[in-house]
Design a protein around this ligand. Sequence first.
Ligand code: MEV
Length: 289
Amino acid sequence: MATWSAPGKVFLFGEHAVVYGKPGIAMAIRPRVFVTVRKSRSAHHAKSPYIDNCFQEMGVRGSVYVNSQLPSSSGLGSSAAVTVATLSAINDEFGKKYRQEEIADMAFAIEKKVQKGRASPTDTTVSTFGGLVLITGTARRRLAPQNFHLVVGNSMVQHNTARMVELVAMMRKTNPQVCNPVLDAIGAISLSALHHMTDPQKLGELMNMNHALLEVLGVGHTQLSRLVLASRMAGAYGAKLTGAGGGGCMIAICPKHLKSKVAGAIESCDARAFSTTIDTEGARKEKDA
Ligand code: MEV
């Protein structure tokens, strides 16, 4: 039996634009997903295309138990975390000798297959290695960790990443003269953020711009906008949706002393909120229960 865990993630900047090769910045956060794999002749696990593909890719059979503290379908990278933790646990339980880079690549290939070809390697990279990561196309660069004070707001509106990615693709096809400069501008925001990683006020300003541009791309949602505005009014430096949008989560970057006020403002809009910081560890082995 082998138990591995992997963290969730938030996009600080650049979701959707990364699908078109523009730079994006994402960060691993707590909570984590825990996966236990045990050798067995027959497969015992909840039907999940991500888990099924992990076993298929590794060419083995076994049983799986998933304990996720991350809400699913909410933009916090739970499918990538499940995939990375499952591949790592299979690797360990079956004595395969894949390196972390290979696990990350395999997890990305699985996400891409399940999401029908459209995915960036962001979620799987961040979940495998942890920390703060700059993604440009298929290139990944780990950035120096920063201790941001973030509040995550979950709109509780379920969304489907593949559908939101498809929606942007359609918008881009029908309005290329508007959408292409918007995707470029989002990439420019990520690059600008790189120069201000120790200045939360400036990052907040850039998050506000990024949110507005995501709305232009059609991936906003009235409930997400409510949470973003409520956070700003409660004193956050800035706020934006995070992940695919159309529901799911938003993030607010705050002064430390205002974290609980911002979380309260989000919760008063019929949403759930939690504070989080960076998780510098990626996939890791846990003690067997
Ligand atoms: C989803 O968390 C982020 C998107 O950019 C898709 C991707 O990067 O695979 C919308």
